[in-house]
Design a protein around this ligand. Structure first.
Ligand SMILES: Nc1nc2c(c(=O)[nH]1)N(C=O)[C@@H](CNc1ccc(C(=O)N[C@@H](CCC(=O)O)C(=O)O)cc1)CN2
Ligand SMILES: Nc1nc2c(ncn2[C@@H]2O[C@H](COP(=O)(O)OP(=O)(O)OP(=O)(O)O)[C@@H](O)[C@H]2O)c(=O)[nH]1
Ligand SMILES: [Mg+2]
Length: 448
């Protein structure tokens, strides 16, 4: 299957200064001799200025060709890159030339999949490639680069290295059924298992941060109509995204935007003000608000603090969510009504003059940090797939511990430990690869 040669436009299609068409596979250089006007000798990794020829020998484009001789390439195969002019039509025509000369259009993620299959990177590194591309904040990018550098793969491998001697030890007892595992040996094995368990738990603890860094912390701005929710969204965004007006019920649908606060990506959701609904549209808007609140990582509750606290209309949040709520006393430029002074943790703010925005940013960072270690001091942040695998590993290790403590048959203990090993292998893509590969690479961009 790896015998064919694939080609794709690796840059995004739209008018740009340059674009890259990338080709990988055993026929890459032969095809290049037909598609490009190449010199007789092509030195690997040396850019040369060439023309792309159409079927009749006419010129389609001029650009730079790069030849990477396998295995010293991204995919581990022979790779040719053509860096041409970044027009939509010209780039598509260049790709068509490669296809006409026998290349196959690459599937999404296929270049990186080949890099993985050829041993250029482990599975966590392959996943990190898309994390780097998707990163929307400094911390997300740092965590992605850490993973691309192999940090998670190394952690999983180190855990496997710790388990291997335990497994070897227990398997030795399978071969000598007359011997029992001595209490000292048992205690030593338990200690080693515990140490791997501790590593697994440490990594699992980074998954909440991982989700926030990859997908953004879902931050719902909510409150009664007209308190300034949309004004706050606009203020945080830095431009007038949402319509602001003195009419209550201006925002009817939820509005989502991504911002970065102290390096953390936030998915900000502006909502329809919560009140007894006036019409059907408003009722649907309010239902959406309630749904958003259910899955929020953070709630910014806005009140008009120039007015006394309303009798009703304040949010009722689950205790869990209440800990992740920030109360904003908006319209502080009009003077704060004294009845709000009992709200000690609340932040006075004005969307008109910008007072309080820094205090809000700091509060957001503090609340997000309660979800787990921040990437700044601990750049490892695992994804949901790694989390599931590390959890499976921890479960199997716990089962192995229990079996060891109850002096069960070594065959049984070994089975549990082998499954823990396999879970770690899944993280880096060592075993049973086919099952997970398609799922991962199908989410890639074409040409990556
Ligand atoms: N033009 C271009 N830019 C790119 C890529 C690419 O494929 N082409 N990349 C692709 O996504 C990323 C860079 N990643 C790369 C990783 C390895 C190799 C490579 O040639 N590796 C060889 C040689 C290593 C070396 O010289 O030290 C190897 O691993 O053997 C190239 C790009 C981002 N920028
Ligand atoms: N004085 C003052 N007025 C503000 C402030 N923030 C918002 N306003 C005004 O309050 C009114 C309502 O603002 P919006 O941002 O539309 O309020 P909202 O909460 O999104 O309202 P709905 O979408 O209708 O629920 C507008 O006239 C804003 O100009 C503030 O900090 N100070
Ligand atoms: Mg609004």
């Amino acid at each position: 299957m790896l015998q064919d040669t694939i080609a794709a436009i690796s840059t995004s299609l739209g008018e740009a200064a340059i674009s890259v068409v990338r080709v990988s596979g055993p026929q890459a250089l032969d095809m290049a001799r037909r598609v490009l006007r190449l010199p007789a000798q092509v030195a690997p990794r040396q850019a040369c200025l060439v023309s792309v020829l159409d079927a009749t020998g006419g010129v389609l484009d001029h650009g730079l060709a790069l030849y990477f001789k396998g295995p010293a390439s991204y995919t581990g195969e022979d790779v040719i890159e053509f860096h041409g002019h970044g027009g939509v039509l010209v780039t598509q025509r260049v790709l068509e030339r490669w296809l006409a000369c026998g290349a196959r259009a690459a599937e999404p993620g296929e270049f990186t999949q080949r890099a993985f299959l050829n041993g250029k990177m482990d599975l966590t590194q392959a996943e990190a490639v898309m994390d780097v591309i998707h990163a929307q904040s400094t911390l997300a990018l740092r965590a992605a680069n850490e993973q691309l550098g192999g940090a998670i793969g190394r952690a999983a491998t180190a855990m496997q290295q710790q388990i291997i001697p335990v497994l070897a030890h227990i398997e030795a007892f399978i071969d000598f059924p007359e011997e029992d595992i001595s209490p000292e040996t048992g205690a030593d094995l338990l200690r080693r298992i515990d140490s791997v368990l501790a590593s697994a738990r440490q990594l699992i603890a980074t998954s909440a941060q991982g989700r926030i860094l990859r997908h953004g912390a879902r931050t719902v701005i909510s409150g009664a109509p007209n308190v300034g929710k949309s004004s706050l969204l606009n203020l945080l965004l830095g431009f007038e995204r949402a319509i602001v007006s003195p009419t209550a019920g201006t925002t009817r649908d939820t509005i989502e935007e991504i911002i970065q606060v102290h390096g953390i990506p936030l998915r900000l959701v502006d909502t329809a003000g919560l009140r007894e609904a006036g019409d059907d549209i408003e009722r649907v808007g309010i239902q959406r608000t309630e749904r958003e609140l259910e899955r929020a990582d953070l709630v910014i509750e806005v009140v008009d603090a120039s007015q006394p606290p309303p009798a009703s209309q304040r949010l009722t949040l689950s205790p869990e969510l209440a800990r992740r709520r920030i109360l904003i006393l908006n319209k502080s430029d009009l003077g704060l009504h004294p009845d709000w002074s009992s709200e000690r943790a609340a932040i006075p703010l004005s969307c008109l003059d910008g007072t309080g925005v820094e205090a809000l940013r700091d509060a957001i960072r503090a609340v997000i940090a309660t979800a787990g270690p921040l990437a700044a001091d601990h750049p490892i942040a695992i994804n949901a797939r790694h989390q599931a695998a590390f959890e499976r590993c921890a479960e199997r290790l716990l089962a192995a511990k229990a079996a060891l403590e109850h002096q069960e048959a070594p065959e049984f203990i070994a089975l549990e430990i082998r499954e823990a090993m396999q879970a770690l292998g899944d993280v880096i893509g060592q075993v049973d690869v086919e099952r997970i590969l398609d799922v991962i690479f199908s989410t890639f961009c074409i040409g990556k």
